[in-house]
Design a binder for this molecule. Structure first.
Ligand code: NAD
Length: 468
């Protein structure tokens, strides 16, 4: 039975009272969602989830609509905050990501019960919530991930304890606050989305080991995925990628050049799906590079390649890692800091390199794209497969040869495979299908949505319920 609006408001008012009495310490009473003590945050989320379960599906749907609207209304503010806080990407692209998450993350319509009817009666399988989910979010899409995860997880009947990346905590917390306020205004419980005031590895460890948190969703690099998968909890892990793009001799080169420059420069390449290296068939390589230059790419060669390498990558015991100072920064900033002269306002740095070059091997997360010339499609495919490092995340091809396109999709075996479009179309941005900012690669849920955050429950009735 659903609680009345008055009952829900009474519970919310009581919780707000608890906060002001000091029973629960929160730094923000507006949404009752940012807590000094991570255990208070978790307890609040437990209570809010119990209240959510007392609401009808129709009421839950209204909460989701209110969250979407709030995210749209604050898309610009959140984008500016995230950009100011992290220095990553570009404000218009962040706005586009926030709106994508607000508009194209599926809501309660994503949950489909299954019924089996036969001689033995009726069986119903329903998508039930896990309860409270612990979500660890990245610095690269801080607010869009909070919007996307919140809609997906709450549509599925859960509440969420976020542990945002410390470098993006303020914008992440603001997104959490805005969504909470929208839920409360729409008649929902306070504290469906909570987080610690100071997210750290310690708060992350509390979340990952808390007995009442039954599921984890982690979006980030290799380190956090490894830790979460060792937690012993059900885990939806969205890990790193190194997406290669193949261009064969049958490609529409004008389109390929524009799409690659657009995809690889979007948000200064911080998207995990973005083109990170390119393998082009020799016979069309010069033409592709020339067309990319006329679409806003700046080609570096000779010692300029080494200058950029020494600036943006750090050699740690023989292994290159990215210098965080350059992650998500403009191509012009990278060129300037590297001491490379250029003209105009390029959005992407391109460099023709060998197949083992760090610009190919490393997940750069900045607008620097290594281009490798290969003899034919087959060589392109085997090199692309190697460069993806088994992440099974994303890959792309530009071709008009249907056989090459199918073979590449099969061999790459990635969660997202994009043909003849920029990488972001794989996220549902200018491509068909729903959107997510949490692409669960190692654990296999793929492009997550509400149903990814549910557990299947079966109810069996023997006998008379059938109508035929
Ligand atoms: P990051 O790995 O530095 O941080 C991600 C989150 O994990 C942060 O909240 C961070 O505090 C936490 N974290 C990191 N190491 C941890 C550990 N050992 N224990 C507990 N928590 C830990 O990633 P980032 O730089 O913020 O984001 C970029 C990375 O995330 C890239 O590798 C990118 O490919 C990946 N990413 C993947 C997806 C996806 O959907 N698959 C989406 C966005 C980003």
């Amino acid at each position: 039975m659903a609680l009345t609006k008055e009952q829900i408001h009474a519970i919310s008012a009581q919780m707000t009272q608890d906060v002001s009495n000091g029973t629960i310490s929160s730094s923000s009473c507006s949404g009752c969602c940012i807590f000094d003590d991570i255990n208070d945050a978790i307890n609040t989320a437990i209570s809010a989830q119990a209240q959510l379960m007392m609401m009808s599906l129709e009421e839950r749907g209204k909460l989701i609509e209110a969250m979407r609207q709030a995210a749209r209304d604050h898309a610009v503010e959140l984008s500016e905050m995230a950009h100011k806080e992290t220095g990553y990407g570009k404000i218009p692209h962040k706005i586009a990501k926030n709106l994508l998450a607000a508009n194209k993350t599926p809501g309660i319509e994503d949950l489909h019960p299954t019924a089996y009817s036969g001689d033995d009666g009726l069986t119903l399988v329903e998508t039930a919530p896990y309860g409270v989910i612990g979500s660890i979010t990245p610095s690269t899409n801080p607010t869009a991930t909070v919007i996307n995860n919140s809609i997906s997880m709450i549509a599925a009947g859960n509440s969420v304890v976020f542990n945002p990346h410390p470098a993006a905590k303020r914008s992440s917390q603001r997104a959490i606050e805005i969504l909470n306020e929208a839920v409360v205004k729409a008649g929902g419980p306070s504290g469906l989305m909570v987080c610690p005031k100071e997210p750290t590895m310690d708060t992350s460890a509390v979340i990952m080991s808390h007995p009442k948190i039954k599921m984890l969703a982690v979006t980030g690099g290799e380190g956090v995925v490894k830790v979460a998968m060792k937690s012993g909890k059900k885990c939806v892990a969205a890990g790193p990628g190194n997406p290669p793009v193949i261009v064969d001799e049958t490609a529409d080169l004008d389109r390929a050049a524009k799409d690659i420059v657009d995809g690889a420069s979007f948000e200064n390449n911080i998207l995990c799906v973005a083109e990170k290296e390119c393998f082009v068939v020799r016979s069309v390589a010069d033409a592709l590079i020339a067309k990319m230059q006329s679409c806003g790419a700046w080609k570096i060669s000779g010692e300029d390649i080494d200058k950029v390498l020494r600036t943006v990558l750090i050699n740690k015991d023989g292994k290159y890692v990215i210098n965080r100072k350059f992650v998500g920064h403009d191509a012009t900033y990278i060129l300037r800091e590297s001491g490379v002269s250029f003209s105009g306002d390029p959005v992407l740095v391109i460099a023709e390199v060998d197949r083992y070059h760090p610009f190919v091997e490393v997940e750069m997360l900045m607008p620097v794209l290594g281009i490798v010339r290969v003899n034919d499609f087959h060589e392109a495919l085997s090199e692309a497969f190697r460069a993806e490092h088994g992440c099974q995340h994303s890959a792309l091809i530009h071709s008009t040869n249907i056989h090459n396109m199918s073979q590449a999709a099969r061999v790459m075996n990635t969660t997202i495979f994009v043909k003849n479009a920029p990488s972001y179309s794989g996220l549902g941005f200018g491509g068909e299908g729903h959107a997510t900012l949490t692409i669960a690669t190692p654990t296999g849920e793929g492009l997550t949505s509400a149903k990814s955050f549910t557990r299947a429950r079966r109810c069996v009735m023997k006998g008379d319920f059938r109508i035929i």
